[in-house]
Design a protein around this ligand. Structure first.
Ligand code: SF4
Ligand code: SF4
Length: 153
């Protein structure tokens, strides 16, 4: 289920248009308000919801994520560096979460072009390019035999 826009809140700033990875948030040329041009292609990634400064976008969530009758609202507070989630279930229960917008300092992620080109030998490892260095760890955690349990617990 896709996003929809509360027309009375939208001011046509276009942030949702810029951020949508599916390129389906557009500005209506007549009304100067955003709308989802292709609801079938919406991933429900919530990027536009979080980016909207007017809190004008909502999502009709899939049942596995939010059962019928629910509501899910997010609030992005740039100055605090947080995203707040508020879920209201149809039986009246509410759950609230606050998470950081990101857990790494701004500007600390090096672009791929700053790393050396991967060597062909990299194809024989299970690591992705520039791991583990790009993850700022000495080595990736691996599952060892002594950590495996057989059978149903
Ligand atoms: Fe685009 Fe994601 Fe918003 Fe859907 S939820 S319209 S895919 S940004
Ligand atoms: Fe409208 Fe929000 Fe999109 Fe801006 S980000 S165009 S206010 S829906």
């Amino acid at each position: 289920m896709p996003t929809f826009v509360y027309m009375t809140r939208c001011d046509g700033c276009g942030y949702c248009v810029d951020i949508c990875p599916s390129d389906i948030m557009h500005i209506d040329e007549t009304y100067r308000r955003a709308f989802n041009i292709e609801p079938n292609m919406c991933w429900e990634c919530y990027s536009c919801v979080k980016a909207c400064p007017q809190n004008a976008i909502d999502v009709r969530g899939y049942a596995d994520f939010a059962p019928l009758g629910h509501s899910v609202r997010t609030l992005r507070e740039e100055e605090k560096g947080t995203i707040s989630w508020k879920l209201k279930f149809r039986d009246g229960r509410e759950k609230s979460f606050v998470s950081p917008i990101r857990t790494t300092p701004w500007g600390s992620i090096r672009p791929p072009g700053d790393y050396e080109s991967p060597s062909p030998d990299g194809l024989r490892t299970q690591e992705l390019a520039h791991e583990p260095e790009a993850l700022h760890v000495d080595r990736l955690p691996t599952l060892t035999k002594d950590k495996l349990k057989r059978g149903v617990l």
